[in-house]
Design a protein around this ligand. Structure first.
Ligand code: NAD
Length: 485
């Protein structure tokens, strides 16, 4: 057996692939550092996981909500006790800096606490009836078995913000993490079981997205799918689900603008755009990928931005003082470098970065320079498509109206920022920008767990938001009761 081969968990049992196949979990900052191996399960194994979830569901649904909540709160406490260990795992596995990892792990802790307590508010509505001697009320019921499929870029926060509301509502889960980041996903499931979660309530499966996904979406035993990932895979899931009566939530890509007006605090705008564009190595669905700047301040803004970005220390996230880690994998790195080539070919001006970093500190991993383009026009691919890396496109606008038009001229609509000192302009932006999250004088990235999150246009599919109280609507169905007496 391979050293550090972790199991999948089905019905509370440790499971390995029947043909012994596994895949490696590698540190993208140092590809010689193998964290673990995980089983390459087959589609039939996932069918067993779905059956286990189905068998556990009725009992879990009849467990009093406060008891379900206590388990979530205990899991939060276990993860908080392991904060530093989980932080290091996340940095080694995904590449983000220790500060970024600590923030993400803490967020997962808050999410489990929030939904643990939210159990007490899992309420319906009591209303008057038009008929005499009748009580009229609604109640929430769980959906059943939920397939949860998640990406690598927030590999502890995203599974947490799907699993915690699913569980508090009385559903059971089959959870497949991204293959770059299975270990941190395993740690959540481990914490839940240590907190007292009964076997079969959460089942953890690893392997190829296409093969496992086919069962997690195609099985008649699954009642809902919550997926976060790329637009391409999201479209494929929509196609596979077809016309079945399946509840689907797809949280997809972004191409998020930060609009900088002539009355903005430019120092602040620069800091926030740097955080949004280069924080998390630009690998956030809410990352700032376009800065739309009014002509009159564009030169000054760009000059300050370049000076600041030149100071970003890129390196292994485990090292002191590093502000930006590697890209998660070779394929992703090559995609980013391809986009940089496309930008140059399209006529955008590459004013900073543009290449892979080499040298002793960087040759062990997938490091891309923080990259800035100017002279970007809306028709260019680098202005339209999600790059998902540390690449910022600066576009100019002659007026506030034109800036809003540029901000909206994309297929996505996830997050958008405005930098201004004018309250009326802030409100006008809030009203007119087509995005599910709007930030004023703040970076496009960064979300709080207790409010809804989701996008407009192609960024989200399925009308019900994730996070906050809104998530309860996705994971429950409503029964209306007429009680005559
Ligand atoms: P991805 O779509 O490649 O993979 C996401 C998950 O889907 C992985 O677990 C993968 O194994 C699985 N998968 C792959 N093929 C599948 C298939 N055919 N059927 C079912 N599952 C399949 O995305 P990624 O590269 O892991 O993540 C990056 C993407 O995620 C970016 O586009 C980013 O914008 C998006 N994202 C969106 C949000 C949001 O909330 N909107 C948050 C984070 C990331």
């Amino acid at each position: 057996m391979v050293k550090d081969l972790y199991p999948c968990i089905i019905g509370g049992e440790k499971v390995f692939s029947s043909d012994g196949r596994s895949f490696k979990d590698i540190n993208p900052a140092n590809t010689g550092d193998v964290l673990a191996e995980f089983p390459m399960l087959a589609r039939e194994d996932v069918a067993r996981a779905i059956t286990a979830a189905r068998e556990a569901q009725a009992k879990w649904a009849s467990t009093p909500v406060p008891e379900r909540g206590r388990i979530l709160v205990r899991a939060a406490q276990i993860m908080e006790n392991e904060l530093e260990e989980l932080t290091r795992i996340l940095t080694r596995e995904e590449g983000k800096t220790l500060t970024e990892s600590r923030t993400e792990v803490s967020r997962a802790v808050s999410i489990f606490r929030f939904y643990g307590v939210m159990g007490y508010r899992l309420r319906g509505e009591f209303t008057v009836s038009a008929e005499p001697n009748t009580h009229l009320f609604t109640m929430r019921e769980p959906l059943g078995v939920i397939s949860i499929i998640t990406p690598w870029n927030f590999p502890i926060a995203i599974p947490s913000w799907k699993m915690a509301p699913a569980l508090i509502c009385g559903n059971t889960v089959v959870f497949k993490p991204a293959s770059y980041t299975p270990l941190i996903g395993y740690k959540i499931v481990e914490a839940l079981h240590a907190a007292g979660l009964p076997p079969g309530v959460v089942n953890f499966v690893t392997g190829s997205g296409a093969s496992l996904g086919a069962e997690m979406i195609g099985s008649r035993e699954v009642d809902a799918i919550s997926f976060t990932g790329s637009l391409e895979v999201g479209e494929e899931i929509k196609r596979m689900a077809g016309t079945r009566n399946l509840r689907i939530q797809l949280e997809l890509g972004g191409k998020n603008p930060a609009v900088v007006l002539d009355d903005a605090d430019l120092g602040r705008a620069v800091e926030m755009v740097v955080r949004g564009a280069f924080g998390l190595t630009g690998q956030a669905c809410t990352a700032t990928s376009r800065a739309i700047v009014l002509d009159s301040v564009a030169d000054e803004f760009t000059g300050k931005l370049v000076e600041r970005v030149k100071r970003i220390k890129v390196g292994n996230g485990l090292a002191e003082g590093v502000e930006m880690g590697p890209v998660v994998g070779e394929k992703e790195m090559n995609k980013i470098l391809d986009y940089i080539r496309v930008g140059v070919e399209e006529g955008a001006k590459l004013i900073l970065g543009g290449g892979r970093l080499s040298g002793p500190e960087h040759s062990t991993g997938y490091f891309v320079e923080p990259t800035i383009f100017t002279d970007v026009t809306p028709d260019m691919r680098i202005a339209q498509e999600e790059i998902f890396g540390p690449v910022l496109a600066i576009m100019r606008a002659t007026s506030f109206d034109e800036a809003i038009e540029l901000a909206n001229k994309i297929e996505y609509g996830l997050s958008a920022s405005l930098f201004t000192r004018s309250l009326p302009r802030a409100f006008e932006f809030i009203n007119r920008v087509q995005a599910g999250v709007v930030k004023i004088n703040k970076p496009t990235t960064g979300l709080e767990p207790h409010v809804p999150f989701g996008g407009y246009k192609k960024s989200s599919y399925g009308m019900i938001r994730e996070q906050g109280e809104a998530a309860l609507d996705f994971y429950t169905k409503i029964k209306t009761v007429y009680l005559g007496y």
